[in-house]
Design a protein around this ligand. Sequence first.
Ligand SMILES: [Zn+2]
Ligand SMILES: [Zn+2]
Length: 300
Amino acid sequence: MSRSLFRSAFAIFALGCAQLAQAGSRADHVFIVSFDQASPAGIAKADMPVYKEMAAQGAHTWEAYTIVPSLTLPSHTSMLTGVGIQKHQIDWNSYMPERGQVKVPTIFSLAKEKGISTAMFVAKEKFQHLNLPGTVDLFVYPKDDETCGSVARHFAEQVGTLKPGLCFIHFGDPDVKGHEFGIDSPQKMQAYADTDKALKVLRDAVANAGIADSSVFILTADHGCHDIKDSNGITRGTHGSSSPEDVTIPWIAWGKGVKPGKTITAPVVQYDTAATALWLLGVPLPEGFWGRPVSSAFEE
Ligand SMILES: [Zn+2]
Ligand SMILES: [Zn+2]
């Protein structure tokens, strides 16, 4: 073995030890998968056997809720910082590099402080606002192909090498097709089905990496959706309001330590995903965190 190869092998070994050493951790790997604009009502109608199997096997609620405004970047920022928009201050919804990064810690920065490796695989460039310097070991945004199939392929290529402790995956297709064709359109239904195939790619890749037994998946969404007519009378999907259609989201935990077949009855809010991920990894929640771990989804 060459010296440099040995050195990188040792670095990977040391990284693995750091992750395992987290006192009080319940899992070594947490994968948060966000299905953009995937409402519980839409999922119920969609052809998503893998997703529905994981919901049935794991712990689930179809009545979690997101923040208002129910918009992609503000909502995901709450999902990944554990605080509301009043505190994280990301109140825009496009990629605006001149605005810099989020001003509060993210779950990636908090995990990184504890030596946990981190990764993000995203279908929209605006997630760069959450990529604080030095906190995300691998940030993948496949600009040339933003489909869920492409995001999942990048994940499958990398997960076995990095074996991230904390990983976020974003599938954008339901949002793209929902806006363009309406929330119950065949195109949006196809997008849901495509994300289900991509979810299977993630699950298989985690199994192939040999870390399935020590992993938890959280499946959720940034917001729901409702239909409107545009100025030409064409049906389009939208979101952003405080209506139940827009703010109701799914929340599913699947994997190590999850209570099988559990229906979560405790209220679950967008920022609880952040708290649950840190709690699973044994990272203390900082003061001022709004989120609380969804502990009822897990064995004592
Ligand atoms: Zn969105
Ligand atoms: Zn949208």
